[in-house]
Design a binder for this molecule. Structure first.
Ligand code: DGT
Length: 253
């Protein structure tokens, strides 16, 4: 299935596909993206959440036998200088695949506004994580040049198919994310320091609030951003949940 502009007919299936809005949820590690995504999945019948494929990075499979070869997430945290570039090729590839997934038939029949919601995107892969790893010296200038080259090429080739119509930014102080990270206790993340979350926070702020990140894709500069205060306990508090859903509905309409 393609969303390319030359495939249009006035009432055909391409119109149904083009009606589906694509939105990503962005935010720091452990800010609560998955919880928020589940909330959206239950709240709107016309919304489809596509989760971040973190399980795949924890279990890289051999191409031929499909047996588990390694845990790339763990390798990246253990030895970031050796593994960050490899990690970003893998995470970006899986995000690209996710964003290219055609919307399910249910969304094409939706009466309201159908929305496909992604946890992170090929854009945060580059403008938050890969950029951060480059600035930290974990990706060298050759790797960074190569990454940017294939990233730009792929995004340009896929065109509208990987464009976003909106971004929901779950914003919280790094200290809050650190607390939530401790509570969930994912083994690979036990060495993550507050300093790392502060750097990732700054990258999100530069990209989505201050708009000072240098973007290769001009259209991305104009994508609307909904900022939600994720320091509020939206999982526990029904009032906050309802308020968030109202804001999201307004944002989608
Ligand atoms: P949530 O729901 O907000 O708690 O977040 P999760 O757990 O669904 O996802 P998140 O943001 O914590 O990402 C999973 C792990 O993968 C986490 O340790 C951060 C890491 N990670 C995700 N994307 C990238 C990336 O592009 N580069 C690097 N180096 N690490 C990444």
């Amino acid at each position: 299935l393609s969303r390319s502009p030359h495939c249009h007919s006035s009432t055909g299936p391409m119109d149904d596909i083009n009606r589906v809005k694509r939105v990503s949820i962005e935010g720091n590690i452990a800010v609560g993206k998955s919880t928020f995504a589940q909330l959206l999945q239950f709240a709107g019948q016309d919304w489809e959440v596509v989760p971040e494929p973190v399980g795949k990075w924890q279990s890289i499979e051999s191409g031929s036998s499909q047996q588990k070869v390694s845990n790339l997430l763990d390798m990246m945290y253990q030895d970031p200088q050796r593994w960050s570039y490899t990690f970003q090729t893998n995470s970006c590839m899986s995000r690209m695949r996710t964003q290219l997934q055609p919307p399910p038939a249910r969304l094409l029949r939706a009466k309201g506004i159908p929305v496909q919601v992604f946890e992170r995107s090929v854009y945060s892969d580059r403008y938050v994580f890969a950029l951060n790893m480059f600035e930290l010296g974990c990706i060298n200038s050759t790797e960074w040049a190569v990454y940017q080259d294939w990233h730009s090429f792929l995004v340009e080739q896929f065109g509208r198919q990987v464009e976003l119509e909106g971004i929901i930014y779950l914003r919280a102080p790094p200290q809050k994310c650190m607390e939530r990270l401790g509570q969930r206790g994912r083994v690979e993340e036990k060495g993550v320091q507050l300093d790392y979350l502060e750097k990732l926070h700054t990258q999100h702020e530069r990209w989505l609030i201050n708009k000072s990140t240098k973007l290769h894709f001009e259209r991305l500069t104009w994508v609307p951003v909904l900022v939600l205060d994720a320091s509020l306990e939206f999982e526990e508090d029904p009032k906050v949940r309802a308020e968030f859903i109202t804001q999201v509905k307004d944002f989608f309409s």
